[in-house]
Design a protein around this ligand. Structure first.
Ligand SMILES: Nc1ncnc2c1ncn2[C@@H]1O[C@H](COP(=O)(O)OP(=O)(O)OP(=O)(O)O)[C@@H](O)[C@H]1O
Ligand SMILES: [Mg+2]
Length: 346
């Protein structure tokens, strides 16, 4: 292929191998590829309910935002929940199709070999990962599954004596890394994360304002705009409707309460993981705490967790730079670092 043609086809390097890093998340799935392509889609898959909807939509299957937009005409699946792939035929099929779809966005057909590292929620990476491997194997030459905290740590260049707190939508995974792939007892999964905050926020605003009609989607949007613990950046003032009438309300306190609802469990789990780490390296571990996932955007959360852990001594928490692609970027870095022999053996 000539250099000019490569440029035109968006092929970044001369190698014939395409490496992929994928973050398979409960709420969103992300791919970063060695050809420079990256994409992120909601982890939602829908099949048209009948022939009419299939004809109208002109597709056999829809993904992400597009599926949500047409959800009334679709059988809709969110295949991941609480850190695992749901165990129904429809969800397993949806998870497979989602993996194939996200890989297709990286234009793998132009390459002779495609190697993928997939970061899956920590619990799924131990339990039902065979479905993910089967799906990926249909479209790539070799695939490796790692737990999401490991790919985040790898991307940050901190895979030994570090602690990753990954606050996603469905779960918060807290995992210590000691230079190898984490094992089941290196980590704790808490089913309190972004979705849980949204639920708490819905309830607390409903309690504050009689007759308020609040959906989980509204709560998620408010959270994403105003989330904080300790000091707010600005008052959280928003508009809702009560019996059809628009009303402005201040939900600053509600936002704080909802965001705080995940903190105690995170702190307890961090303490447990630190205490069970090799005592020789606990000091280093406490200096290498990485806060990741969408939940790391909560203003001051790093400071709050550090404050709560202070009785253990000096604590340093760093936030990943771009929490929404950190997992996929780390997985890509790992894919590129593995030798060709390793990939061939897989
Ligand atoms: N500014 C923000 N403040 C607080 N939460 C946020 C913010 N932006 C996004 N989020 C939340 O982060 C969550 C999504 O994070 P992420 O993409 O890491 O999840 P995921 O990887 O799909 O889920 P999981 O890791 O549970 O499988 C959602 O709950 C979203 O509402
Ligand atoms: Mg995640």
């Amino acid at each position: 292929m000539s250099e000019e043609l490569k440029k035109k086809n968006n092929v970044a390097d001369t190698s014939e191998v395409l490496y992929l890093g994928i973050d398979l998340g409960t709420s969103e799935t992300t791919v970063c590829a060695s050809n420079g392509i990256s994409a992120r889609r909601k982890s939602v898959v829908g099949w048209p309910k009948d022939l009419i909807s299939q004809k109208l939509l002109g597709k056999d299957m829809l993904f992400g935002e597009e599926a949500l937009k047409h959800k009334l005409a679709l059988n809709l699946f969110r295949p991941l929940e609480k850190g695992v792939i749901k165990d129904t035929d429809g969800d397993l099929e949806a998870a497979k199709e989602l993996v194939k779809y996200i890989i297709s966005l990286a234009k793998p057909k132009k390459y002779t070999k495609v190697y993928a590292v997939i970061g899956a929620p920590a619990r799924a990476s131990f339990t039902n990962h065979q479905a993910i491997i089967d799906a990926a194997r249909e479209v790539v030459d070799a695939v490796m599954i790692v737990s999401e905290p490991f790919s985040v740590g790898y991307g940050e260049g901190k895979i030994s004596n570090s602690l990753v707190i990954d606050i996603g939508a469905g779960t918060t995974d807290i995992c210590s890394l000691k230079g190898t792939m984490p094992e089941e007892n290196d980590q704790i999964t808490i089913v309190k994360a972004g979705d849980y905050i949204d639920d708490i926020l819905v309830e607390s605003v409903k309690k504050k304002i009689d007759g308020a009609q609040i959906t989980k989607d509204m709560a998620r949007k408010w959270k994403e705009e105003y989330s904080f613990v300790m000091e707010p950046e600005k008052p959280a003032v928003t508009q809702i409707t009560i019996e059809g009438k628009p009303v402005r309300i201040d939900i600053t306190k509600n936002i704080e309460e909802a965001c705080m609802s995940i903190v105690p469990d995170i702190v307890i789990s961090c303490r447990n993981i630190i205490a069970s780490f090799d005592p020789e390296f606990q000091e280093e571990l406490k200096q290498n705490i990485i806060l990741a996932g969408g939940g790391s955007c909560i203003r001051n959360l790093d400071k709050k967790i550090a404050k709560e852990l202070r009785s253990l001594g000096n604590i340093r928490i760093t936030k990943v730079q771009d929490p929404f692609i950190a997992g996929a970027k780390g997985a890509l870095a790992l894919a590129k670092d593995l030798t060709d022999d390793y990939w061939r053996a897989l």
